[in-house]
Design a protein around this ligand. Sequence first.
Ligand SMILES: [Zn+2]
Length: 323
Amino acid sequence: MARNLIGIDLGGTTTKMAFLSLAGDILTKWSIPTDITDEGSHIVPNIIDSISQHITNSEFSKDDFLGIGMGTPGSVDIENGTVIGAFNLNWKKRQQVRDQIQAGLGLQFILDNDANVASLGEYWKGAGEKDSDVVFVTLGTGVGGGVIAGGHLLHGINGGAGELGHVTVQPNGYLCTCGKRGCLEQYASATGVVHVANDMAKDFMGTSRLKEMEDNQESVTSKMVFYLADNGDILANQVVDRVTFYLGLALANVANILNPANIIIGGGVSNAGNTLLQPTTRYFQENAFPAVRDSTKLRLAQLGNDAGVIGAASLALRFQKSN
Ligand SMILES: [Zn+2]
């Protein structure tokens, strides 16, 4: 009886992998650099080699594993196990990921997009606390998201469900990579925070370290903006206020539709902790209607970088249960 799972979290710079128990506990984890040369053609063979080696060097044999799950950037066709348009992997053409991995390792394989998979991770072992209604938003280089409603991960008819990054928070606002304007991603991602800071600095007249940095064209990061805000910088606090207004508004509107038990905020920007969470919660409460305001809670993610491999493993488990 197989008693373990394999999770893969494929990213543009590193590929994280882990062996996990059926309960979702990580037994061993490792990572390899993602080789995106030659149109990303080495990525899948490298994953197969790495997992084979780790099985050989472990106490396990292939039969000890129930299956493999993977989270990937790009546009995922779950039914056919393919990925297309993952530009940070150099995958412009459709990739037959499932067929290659199943042939290479002889184990069942299932994949989904990275934000959905991280949502499953937090839902299973992190801040989701196993409530059957959970929304996850990840604030990193971009903004991703996932929605679990009634215990089911939502995909929509074209894979677009849960894309919280493209909720419009500012009509006719900043132009987004998706082609429309005013998306949450342009304000609440790491790059979005810096964009807001650049613009607000232009009109700011008071004394501020952030203003000085902007005027001297020093490089500003979102981490720095939150750090300065924490330390009383007036402009940095105005930037955080603007960013958390947009985030709180977007999350309230999502919650007004779904009324989840928890909305979990993850990704690098969420390392700002309460400096981010407190004002976001205030704007969330202002914009949520009473039934939602009194029941839906905003929380910080708990799993950090492990959310991907844990969620990927849960995908393999869910797949087994449904077949
Ligand atoms: Zn967009």
